[in-house]
Design a protein around this ligand. Structure first.
Ligand SMILES: [Zn+2]
Length: 274
């Protein structure tokens, strides 16, 4: 599933190609992928100019010059790809926006959990899911002191808390496992039991893994590609995620895997004490 670094990479790769372009034509092959209905969606997009590309958490927000914005969530396997119309059509292509430069933006999604929502810009602040997001991990809103304080009264497992988009935006299974490993904190630790030093280590680790993920243009394990169809590179730098039974980078002991908060979690039983 694309997490913050992957969505940010999609945003950057698309931005340099689609900014100021006009949407000339809209084709919808699967109506359940779009909101509102297909007709209103297509009608609302045609002739609109792409003004700005934003990201918040795992949401990509395409601002149009009119009063609307296109909010995209890729969920499990969504891809948004800018390409030449001659490129063979992937059979899981559900929406095609043809631009005035002749190129297309194709929405491809094997599992069909993603969503493209065209909404009035004034509703960005109240849109379900988007409006309740916690702070961006790399923003000034996410502070060491604020993080320490927020952990103090949380009786939930730290893994579940970091996955909670209302607590902090953009993290998923990969970057949470990486951050906990780097901070040497067991995924099942109750958040309020972290001492100040551990909290600071975790704060730093979260910011570091997200920044490194972006620098490496995201993690491609199966489906994720950027806005031009290129794979990311952070899969070569993962230290915990997907490394079950492989030696810990710190102590050499084999990493273990366990389901925590309903998600598969890889950790070092020695370095990350329960
Ligand atoms: Zn270890």
């Amino acid at each position: 599933m694309p997490e913050l670094p992957e969505v940010e990479t999609v945003r950057r790769s698309l931005e340099e190609r689609i900014l100021d372009k006009v949407i000339a034509r809209v084709q919808i092959m699967m109506t359940k992928m779009v909101r509102p209905g297909a007709e209103e969606f297509a009608h609302g997009l045609v002739c609109e100019t792409i003004e700005k590309l934003d990201r918040r958490g795992k949401y990509l927000i395409i601002h149009l010059t009119g009063d609307k914005a296109l909010v995209v969530h890729l969920r499990m396997t969504g891809r948004l790809i800018y390409c030449h119309p001659d490129r063979p059509l992937d059979k899981h292509t559900h929406v095609i926006l043809t631009l005035d430069d002749g190129h297309q933006i194709r929405y491809v999604d094997i599992r069909q959990f993603g969503k493209l929502q065209l909404i009035p810009k004034e509703e960005l602040g109240v849109l379900s899911g988007l409006s309740t997001l916690g702070p961006e991990p790399l923003s000034d809103d996410f502070t060491k002191e604020g993080f320490k304080k927020a952990l103090r009264n949380k009786r939930t497992k730290i893994k579940a808390l970091l996955l909670d988009q209302t607590f902090i935006a953009g993290l998923g299974n990969i970057y949470v496992d990486e951050a906990l490993f780097r901070a040497k904190i067991h995924p099942e630790r109750v958040a309020s039991t972290l001492n100040p030093r551990e909290a600071v280590r975790l704060y730093t680790a979260v910011r570091d893994v997200i920044a490194e993920g972006i620098e490496n243009r995201g993690t491609t394990l199966r489906d994720y590609v950027d806005g031009t169809g290129q794979m990311g590179g952070y899969q070569h730098h993962l230290r915990a995620y997907g490394r079950e039974n492989m030696p810990c980078y710190y102590c050499g002991r084999p990493l273990e895997r366990k389901v925590v908060a309903g998600r598969s979690s890889t950790f070092c039983p020695k370095c990350q004490k329960a």
